[in-house]
Design a protein around this ligand. Structure first.
Ligand code: 6PG
Length: 470
């Protein structure tokens, strides 16, 4: 193995790692992989074709000696303890100034801890979200790096070359210090959960309300993908409805158990939003729906106790039009909530995030890529300190023109027992956020009544307490 030869090292040659390293090699950077599994090492050497272009080893000394300085080593291993273990294994082989990049979905406080620890040893650590799944890793993911700004200059040319491109612009940017990259990726995933929930409930209402077949659903989602709803998730949803089952007759989607799994990033987004005090109800309910979905046997039992009445059917074209608007409206609310969380986290954790830039690097490569993101980026370019996307002049008309249909779809769903929690939370979030006066004055009165918790007044400054009449 040649020493000081390879530009980029990658640890973890699973599906993501193998695809990412081949992408690096395709972009004319000499890449070296490492994995404990000989099969994975050999598979990469074979697939790479030329060891001067891409090579692999199961020997950590050989791996680290093979890399040029400062070493740039990316980890694509499962988040959690394994990341700490790999760091410990690597440390004796590294020199000051070397760079470790964690490309997994690590929890952001773990990244802060690791960054501080490695900084004390003179090693630069990047928590870097990578989105786009296996295909993205191979053909161009969206990359969200955070860490030391100066050290990023060494990584920048490689990341810019391998990332997805939107109209020629790379979908990667230095996002901020410490765990900024992992945090942004976590919220990306929260938005991803919301968009997946929304596309699923819209499918439900179209199927139950207008009897759309899988072929028709394919047509509807495909045509939506040509319009303002253009997005990766709408695109793959259209593809899913076309897929025939190869184990039985019919379409695959109908044979899949309705229990959605999760690895935790959506839940972390909600948990941290609660800690920050930022409302993200569309994302929250997307997490809750995965939890409700897991209660399959309870749901089946409950349905027999509370049988659903007959659903009043709707003309197809009318329901499809309403659904399109409701989905668009709710997508806007999901992005608005996620970006609001990012704005607040940026202040709280000192990330100094540029929301326009973040929207830009989400325009291609990642799971939540959508036509809408170009408008979102414009909204934040025009007003970087925007409190909420909803307040942006770029979005006022888009929200107003979809509001009536969203209300129509939701009331139809509620009357007919079709759960639409994502749309409902999006609409209620909007109604609440745009209410100058909410009934929470009553909650303050109740708190003061039973617990002397005090309240403030509209008409004068100060903190008040009342001896309420029994
Ligand atoms: C991405 C995805 C990815 C995530 C999966 C699975 O951006 O490529 O967010 O990182 O791991 O979507 O997430 P769940 O298993 O939690 O659904």
């Amino acid at each position: 193995m040649k020493k000081d030869f390879y530009d980029f090292g990658l640890i973890g040659l699973g599906v993501m790692g193998r695809n990412f390293i081949l992408n690096v090699a395709d972009n004319n950077f000499k890449a070296l992989g490492y994995d404990l599994d000989d099969q994975k090492v050999n598979a990469l050497i074979e697939e790479g074709g030329n060891p001067d272009r891409v090579n692999a080893t199961g020997d950590l000394t050989e791996f680290t000696q093979g890399l040029s300085h400062p070493r740039k080593i990316m980890l694509l291993v499962p988040a959690g303890k394994i990341v700490d273990q790999v760091i410990e294994d690597l440390l004796p082989h590294l020199d000051k100034g070397d760079i470790i990049i964690d490309g997994g979905n690590s929890f952001f406080t773990d990244t802060d801890r690791r960054e501080e620890y490695l900084q004390s040893k003179g090693i630069n650590f990047f928590g870097s979200g990578v989105s786009g799944g296996a295909k993205g890793a191979r053909r161009g993911p969206s990359i969200m790096p955070g860490g030391n700004r100066e050290a990023y200059q060494h990584v920048k040319p490689i990341f810019e070359a391998v990332s997805a491109k939107y109209k020629g612009e790379p979908c990667v940017a230095y996002l901020g210090p410490k765990s900024a990259g992992n945090y942004v990726k976590m919220v990306h995933n929260g938005i991803e959960y919301a968009m997946m929930q929304l596309t699923s409930e819209i499918y439900d209402v179209l199927k139950k309300g207008a009897g759309l077949s899988n072929e028709e659903l394919h047509e509807v989602y495909s045509s939506w993908n040509q319009g303002r709803l253009q997005s990766f998730l709408v695109e793959i949803t259209a593809e899913i409805f076309e897929q025939k089952d190869d184990l039985a007759d019919g379409y695959l989607v109908d044979a899949i158990l309705d229990k959605a799994k999760q690895k935790g990033t959506g839940k972390w987004t909600s948990q941290n939003a609660m800690d920050l005090g930022i409302p993200i109800p569309t994302i929250d309910v997307a997490v809750s729906m995965r939890e409700i979905s897991a209660l399959k046997s309870e749901r089946v039992k409950a349905e027999s106790i509370y049988p659903k009445g007959e659903i009043q059917s709707r003309p197809k074209e009318e329901l499809i039009a309403e659904a399109e608007s409701a989905l668009y409206f709710s997508f806007i609310m999901a992005y608005a909530q996620g970006l609001h969380q990012l704005a607040d986290a940026s202040k709280e954790y000192g990330y100094d995030l540029n929301l326009s830039e973040i929207a830009k690097i989400w325009r291609a490569g990642c799971i939540i890529r959508a036509e809408l993101l170009a408008d979102i980026s414009d909204a934040y370019t025009a007003l970087p300190e925007l409190d909420s996307l909803i307040l942006s002049p770029v979005f006022v008309d888009k929200v107003n023109e979809t509001l009536a249909a969203t209300k129509g779809l939701l009331s139809y769903g509620m009357r007919n027992g079709i759960p639409l929690p994502g749309v409902a939370n999006s609409l209620n979030y909007f109604h609440a956020y745009t209410s100058g006066r909410l009934p929470l004055n009553l909650i303050q009165a109740q708190r003061d009544h039973f617990g002397s918790h005090t309240y403030e007044r509209l008409d004068r400054d100060g903190i008040f307490h009342t001896e309420w009449e029994d």
